[in-house]
Design a protein around this ligand. Sequence first.
Ligand code: AP5
Length: 210
Amino acid sequence: MKTKIVLLGPPGSGKGTQGEMLSHELGFVRLSTGDMLREAARKGTPLGLKAKEYMDKGALVPDDLIINLMKEKIASLGEGTGVIFDGFPRTVEQANALGKQVNIDLALNLDVEDSELVNRLTKRRSCPKCNAVYHLEYNPPMKKDVCDKCGSELYHRDDDKEETVINRLTVYRKNTMPLIEYYEGKGTLRTILGVGNIDEIYAKVKKAVL
Ligand code: AP5
């Protein structure tokens, strides 16, 4: 079984959805830099306030901030812990930094076309407390605007507005897509079509991991 997994894919490709299912079933730790930064922003920490300036524009937070943040988290994990990296690395510099700490045995790339991504993100609703995600049509909460898992009120992320989503896709193509080739070169890349039923995609994800 693969135990050190990087989830790659454009914004809205389902990294959070699939990563959460996988961590829940296999007991792996899911480290989502997006969730960490949003929590820091909500708490108003210096890192969070700085990161928010970039996130609201759909830009990447500078590498040095992210690498420092992740270095400590990774160092605190036990040797045999299964880990899912969701949204990290996002640049070659981040991938090189990660590679110095951890041997990644699977880079799972979720492939979804742009028009579908825009639809998913503009209609996504997120939980500020437990980070669960919903979609108004494909995966709605049982009660409107309320998280099924923890009962908190759902919100629409600031960076899920259409113009910001389009900027995030441009940033993804320029800075993060090169990681597909990067992990292909290391022999750990696996690409899965991320379109269709969430459970069917999960079955393919699990097959790649086991
Ligand atoms: P982050 O939070 O990581 O956002 P992202 O990568 O843009 O990914 P998303 O969370 O938007 O989407 P996802 O792929 O997880 O999809 P999801 O499962 O939610 O980063 C946000 C920002 O933080 C960045 O822009 C940057 O500023 C900063 N940042 C974070 N990490 C950084 C780093 N390492 N370096 C620098 N900056 C960093 O699904 C999306 C929607 O689709 C949901 O509504 C879901 O219900 C629905 N859905 C999922 N699967 C399906 C399906 N199969 N069919 C239909 N709908 C589906």
